[in-house]
Ligand binder design. Structure first.
Ligand code: GCW
Length: 870
């Protein structure tokens, strides 16, 4: 790695923008923050991440002072479990932040108070009080007024839920230090539907969940203790999220069994005080596979009657049931095509059963054929959703919402916006975003997705004369739809910090904030989140915000830039590199790279015709490589490797450069994080540091795999001489081995030189050693090993017999094989070496894991600017 003088000779766009921003922010913050942290001294306390952005940590004396005039009592007018939550939350929050416990009242006392009430109840005590602008359902008004002669702070809304949201908004203001003395603020949610989906299975696993077991289910039943569910509901409510689908969209038909409904009702009960309605994923074949009918044909009257009866049963148990989400005719799930019926036939039969109860049917537009013939250059999975659903526009009942993933493929690190949003003028739509980082690093890599979501939401599809950004389409504004909104696939788990990584919670927070108000900027959201989650010290806020804001493009640059999509193993974990896996199969995530060129021609003129699904203005932009932005070029066009981008570089050189830049940025994240030592609690500091170091190592695995693969495919060398040349690297297979034997790694690009080593016999210690030929100095010894899921090998590293590090390969990475999913780097810094020193690695296998190693890098530390810590 010392050969990488990243960014100095020829800084890329990525490096220039991110680096200067990070450095600037941190310099400003350092100047302001150092004094503060000294003043704070030992005020940092243990944190698990469980409280997320609702920590209500004590405010400093100066910050708390401005809230001294807040009333001493909180009055609830009206009676409901949601209002009760609102009152308790206010008391809890103010006690935490200000150290004051408000008096709880249920009628107007003769003293100033914070009044929580629905508009209807408020009018009864103060008929003259009227909001100056429209208040929609779930919207709220916070205002300072005199009520019966007393100075009061009123939080009101047409709904209980809105009152609760107003309380959370007030608490957020106080946590952020915003003045509240003269408040008069109205906020309305952007859209009525602000849901999360959780893909939990009854056996307690979670599809694409990366944070432990289900908080809902265990061994086929609903968990006995639903404390986590209540706390999840509170987190959701604090963002204004009002619905949660609790089971996998690949739905187990048994979910709807009558005997199971009382258990599901317990979950609904846990959510209810927080205004979150539950929804269920329903299996379309339920009437037949668990309902005792001979058919699930949506046009068969017995099927309609079955759904009606089933829905009535659900509402008897769960009176505020929100509705169903339906994945049908998709990835093996049965659907209406079995009977030659359309998705509209399917959706409407269920929607009609829900209608009298106020329920909604979310029908997912993620429908495509995963047995496409890859030899046919006209085939294109990206076209499927529009081809299927656009002709049905206007055929869906009013309580059906088409739930559409943001791009036409599947939550890739970058895709163009789905053209379907522009093709449904007479249908309700909701956008589906993925909070769980399936294709974006699975919470092990930092990847703050709000900037991606913002690009999507702000994208103008030119569906009408005036601007039609996606956000306004799903809000229902553009086409005057009664309903629409936002769905985020959350997949929280029972890990204490909910998503497996405290920094990943910014995605859940950001989703909720955007669902409430898609006009908020990524910058505003991340700063707010950071301050609420980690406190207000400038260095902390600036450093974490800058890292988060940079992280998506960094991740993109080493995993699939230029519109290639995430170049991961699409047939397995969707995690590590797997460049070939998307080709020559029916899944249709093709990038079409060959010896000549790369990218998929989706133009109308010569390609699949996908571009023609956009409005003329958008289609015009994507029709030619000249007008297509570089970052989506290869999604739309097949070009030779020598094609020159807008950046002035060739495609192949940009692929190399971005991967090197990205991996270097990932390493810089570690350095930036290390500047925060002592500024936050040791627990989260250490946990996140470990994740960032892991990421920095895995980014190198990605970089090398993608660069080597394209180097071989294109036959074109890296103009900067990095790809395939690693002067600091010693391949394990070239070391002196004792008990170890070389092995081939498949695919070859996922190990250095295509090979690694493993112990020949189980449970027997093996050694690999070599002599360093580097001049005397301080070095970093980086050991690249494979941490499989089927064993916990031990490693020891010795320099001239002296133990310098030891560890267990006990991480839970998604594979049992040595390869791109499991390749992991151990960074051993601060080692004094002289020429001829012996470096020995001892591996002790465990289970099926044979202490596998890939290589060692010995890097001079002088080349680093000031890095010393391990
Ligand atoms: O991204 C893919 C996932 C599947 C998921 C599917 C979907 C729940 O790999 O695990 O299934 O999308 O969204 O339906």
């Amino acid at each position: 790695m010392t050969d990488v003088r990243y960014g100095r000779e020829q800084p890329s766009r990525l490096s220039r923008s991110i680096e200067s921003d990070l450095v600037k922010r941190i310099a400003v913050a350092l100047a302001a923050g150092v004094v503060l942290v000294l003043a704070l001294g030992g005020a940092l306390y243990a944190e698990t991440g469980y409280d997320a952005w609702l920590r209500y940590g004590p405010l400093s004396y100066a910050a708390a002072k401005q809230y001294q005039t807040l009333p001493a009592s909180v009055v609830v007018l009206g009676d409901s479990s949601i209002l009760d939550s609102a009152q308790k939350e206010l008391i809890r929050g103010l006690r935490g932040m200000l150290g004051r416990t408000l008096r709880a009242n249920s009628s107007l006392p003769a003293e100033p108070g914070i009044i929580l009430a629905r508009l209807a109840e408020l009018r009864a005590v103060s008929p003259a009080l009227k909001p100056r602008a429209e208040l929609r359902a779930d919207g709220f008004w916070i205002t300072s007024v005199r009520l019966r002669g007393q100075a009061c702070l009123v939080i009101t809304s047409p709904t209980d839920r809105g009152v609760l949201y107003g309380v959370f908004a007030l608490l957020r203001k106080i946590a952020l230090g915003t003045p509240t003395a003269k408040l008069d603020e109205i906020q309305n949610p952007s859209a009525p539907l602000r849901w999360v989906n959780d893909w939990d299975n009854r056996n307690g696993t979670i599809e694409r969940g990366y944070a432990g077991a289900s908080i809902f289910f265990e061994n086929g039943s609903v968990r006995a203790d639903l404390g986590r569910v209540r706390d999840y509901a509170r987190l959701l409510a604090s963002l204004g999220i009002n619905g949660c689908v609790i089971n996998n969209v690949n739905a187990d038909p048994k979910t709807l069994e009558d005997g199971f409904l009382p258990q599901l009702a317990r979950i609904a009960e846990a959510f209810r005080p927080w205004g979150v309605r539950i929804g269920l994923s329903a299996n379309f074949a339920s009437p037949k596979v668990m309902g005792g009918l001979g058919t699930f044909d949506p046009l068969d009257p017995s099927v309609g009657a079955w759904w009606q009866h089933k829905v009535e049963g659900i509402y008897t148990q769960i009176p505020d049931f929100g509705g169903f989400v339906m994945k049908a005719d998709s990835e093996g799930q049965l659907g209406p095509s079995t009977y030659g019926r359309s998705p509209a036939d399917a959706a409407n039969v269920i929607a009609r059963a829900l209608k009298p109860h106020g329920g909604v049917l979310f029908y997912r537009a993620f429908v495509y054929n995963h047995h496409l013939d890859w030899r046919n250059p006209k085939n294109d999975r990206a076209k499927a959703a529009y081809d299927i659903f656009h002709p049905l526009d206007g055929k869906f009942d009013d309580n059906v919402v088409l739930q559409i993933k943001y791009g036409p493929i599947d939550f890739q690190v970058r895709e163009p916006v789905s053209p379907l949003f522009g093709g449904l003028a007479h249908t309700n739509t909701a956008i589906e975003l993925q909070i769980t980082q399936e294709y974006t690093g699975q919470q092990r890599h930092l990847c703050f997705l709000v900037p991606l979501w913002k690009e999507v939401l702000d994208f103008n599809l030119h569906a009408k004369e005036l601007a039609t950004p996606v956000k306004e389409i799903v809000e229902g504004k553009t086409f005057h739809r009664p309903m629409g909104g936002f769905v985020g696939v959350a997949n929280v788990g029972s890990d204490l910090n909910w998503l497996g990584n405290p920094l990943a919670m910014a995605n859940l927070y950001g989703f909720g904030r955007l669902a409430w108000n898609p006009n908020l900027s990524a910058n505003a959201i991340v700063e707010e989140w950071t301050r609420l989650t980690f406190g207000k010290q400038p260095l902390v806020v600036q450093t974490i915000s800058a890292m988060q804001l940079a992280s998506w493009k960094v991740y993109e640059s080493y995993t699939g830039p230029l519109g290639l999509q995430t170049l991961t193993n699409i047939l397995g974990s969707h995690y590590g590199p797997g460049i070939d896996s998307s080709e020559q199969n029916g899944w249709g995530q093709w990038h079409r790279a060959d010896h000549e060129g790369v990218g998929m021609d989706r133009t109308v003129a010569t390609g699949t015709g996908f571009v023609g699904q956009y409005s003329p203005a958008v289609a015009g932009m994507y029709a030619s490589p000249k007008t297509t932005p570089d970052d989506l070029l290869l999604f739309f066009h097949h070009v030779p490797y020598s094609y020159v981008l807008h950046s002035g570089k060739t495609v192949i050189q940009e692929i190399y450069d971005l991967h090197y830049d990205g991996a270097e940025h990932a390493r810089q994240f570690v350095k930036h994080w290390e500047t925060l030592r002592g500024y936050l609690d040791e627990e989260r500091y250490a946990e996140i540091l470990a994740r960032l170091k892991y990421q920095a190592g895995h980014a190198i695995v990605w970089r090398d795999a993608v660069c080597n693969w394209f180097r071989r495919e294109s036959g074109i060398a890296d103009a900067r001489g990095r790809v395939g040349h690693h002067p600091d690297r010693v391949e394990a297979e070239n070391m002196q081995l004792n008990g170890y034997r070389p092995m081939d790694v498949v695919p070859w690009e996922n190990a250095s030189g295509g090979k690694g080593i493993e112990c020949a016999a189980p449970e027997k210690e093996c050694t690999a050693e070599f002599r360093s030929d580097r001049p005397a100095g301080w070095y970093e010894i980086d050991v690249q090993y494979f941490d499989q899921n089927n064993g916990e090998s031990r490693f020891r590293v010795l320099v001239n017999q002296q133990l310098v590090d030891e560890w267990r390969a006990g991480d839970h990475l998604p594979s049992n094989q040595p390869g791109g999913d499991t390749s992991t780097r151990r960074w051993i810094t601060g080692i004094a070496l002289r020429a001829g020193d012996e470096i020995r690695i001892e591996g002790t296998p465990d289970g099926e894991e044979r202490a596998p190693l890939d290589y060692v890098e010995v890097r001079a530390m002088e080349a680093e600017s000031g890095s010393t810590s391990k």
